[in-house]
Design a binder for this molecule. Structure first.
Ligand code: FE2
Length: 424
């Protein structure tokens, strides 16, 4: 029997001075001043924030850490990124994808990110990336939940053989049906792709997560079809529209109708602020659009909105470090989500909301939940975002699996404190 007592934590719901007792990988008691049997491992939170782990609802683990291979994206556009990925694909090996993905998962664990939904490109008859990430999913299973989306990067209708490859990927055990309607040859083909992919998901009782309307073109309205098909096929609660950047540029009158349809259908949305702010607006002069979807309006209509990292050091994005607090901070700024409730929701957008989108079982801090979480060098969710707080300890199944020293600076100034830790 393994026991862990997390002593004197602040929780994301505002409770302070809370102990969490874990036995055999699950929380069994949560409350003030808990006792614990002898031999229990102790983690003293010292009043700091203990949160359920970060969850990334949108990532690409097959391309991560490939930046510069075979060259960098000079224009910074989505389309050059896709072309660059096509140049890289023939050069990939299964071993190299596995090695890079595992390295990224190490970064993720160190940052308290213990669940990732990763798209995996299926437009390759060898299904090299699929086989690599299925292998990675098994290898990381003890410490990280990896959910895979069969993603037809070059278009399920546009790319010959893509539909068959996508089905083969699902047969091999990929979890979720993906799509990219705005990249199909015509708007009609895009709508047809949404229909056939949703039907495929309904047949197989799978979830759906589509790259949808990732463009500044306000006439890209595939999310409307996604909402319609979700309702027609009764897929409520199982379908996610990722990116939805065209909504940023839509006419307000149409957006108001669309958001109600999205809410009605029980769709979830994932914005990817770091990527949206860099890839979108590239055809603008000034003013340049931000490109992120209408987060505040979707949330106000009751649509669950998560923030995803999307890319780290790949053909689309040269930066990143698996830090979901950086993602939350960018989402907060780009969306001008500055009220107290909105800032707080930005923390949920990288924790509880994506956990719901992935359908993670046993996520949370209640008794019975899996004893996973992260001790942050901050006293509240908003302070965690402000400071991109250090992950002092990361807990998985009631065991501490990563530690990072506290961030402090030592000053040499007359009449001032010697140690500064940026706490307010
Ligand atoms: Fe993506």
């Amino acid at each position: 029997m393994s026991m862990l007592l997390i002593r004197n934590a602040a929780l994301p719901d505002g409770r302070a001075g809370i102990d969490l007792l874990a036995r055999d990988g699950r929380f069994v008691e949560v409350g003030p001043a808990l006792g614990a049997p002898e031999g229990t491992e102790l983690l003293d939170a010292q009043g700091l924030l203990f949160s359920p782990p970060f969850v990334d609802a949108h990532f690409h683990l097959d391309s991560t850490l490939s930046h510069g291979l075979p060259r960098v994206n000079e224009s910074g556009t989505l389309l050059e990124g896709i072309a660059l990925w096509s140049e890289l694909k023939p050069l990939l090996t299964e071993e190299a994808i596995v090695e890079r993905a595992l390295r990224y998962c190490d970064w993720a664990v160190a940052k308290g990110l213990l669940a990732i939904r990763s798209h995996v490109d299926v437009c390759d008859p060898r299904l090299l990336a699929v086989r690599a990430l299925l292998q990675v999913r098994e290898r990381v299973r003890p410490y990280l939940d990896l959910q895979l989306v069969a993603f037809p990067q070059d278009g399920v209708l546009r790319s010959p053989g893509a539909l068959e490859n996508l089905k083969r990927a699902l047969d091999l055990g990929v979890d979720v049906v993906g799509g990219i309607p705005h990249f199909e040859r015509t708007a009609e083909q895009g709508a047809a792709s949404v229909r056939l992919l949703c039907e495929l998901a309904a047949e197989r009782a799978l979830r759906v997560d589509m790259h949808c309307d990732e463009t500044d073109d306000p006439s890209s309205r595939h999310v409307e079809t996604l909402a319609y098909e979700t309702q027609r096929l009764q897929l409520h609660g199982r379908v996610t529209g990722s990116h939805l950047t065209s909504m940023h540029s839509m006419d307000n009158a149409y957006a108001a109708k669309l958001i109600a349809l999205i809410a009605d259908a029980g769709l979830s949305a994932v914005a990817n602020p770091l990527i949206n702010i860099t890839l979108q607006g590239r055809y603008d002069s000034y003013p340049k659009r931000r490109g992120m979807t209408r987060v505040a309006e979707l949330q106000a209509a009751g649509v669950p909105v998560a923030f995803g990292h999307d890319c780290v050091m790949d053909p689309w994005y040269a930066l990143g470090s698996a830090d979901m607090l950086e993602v939350a901070a960018m989402g907060l700024h780009v969306g001008q989500l500055t009220s107290a409730a909105q800032m707080r929701a930005c923390f949920d957008a990288v924790t509880a909301v994506p956990a719901r989108i992935l359908g993670l079982a046993g996520y949370g801090l209640e008794p019975g939940c899996r004893a996973d979480g992260v001790l942050l060098q901050a006293r509240s969710p908003v302070e965690a975002i402000r400071l991109r707080a250090q992950r002092l300890a990361v807990v998985r199944g009631g065991r501490v699996i990563a530690r990072t020293p506290a961030a402090t600076a030592t000053l040499s100034l007359p009449g001032r404190l010697a140690q500064v830790d940026f706490a307010a």
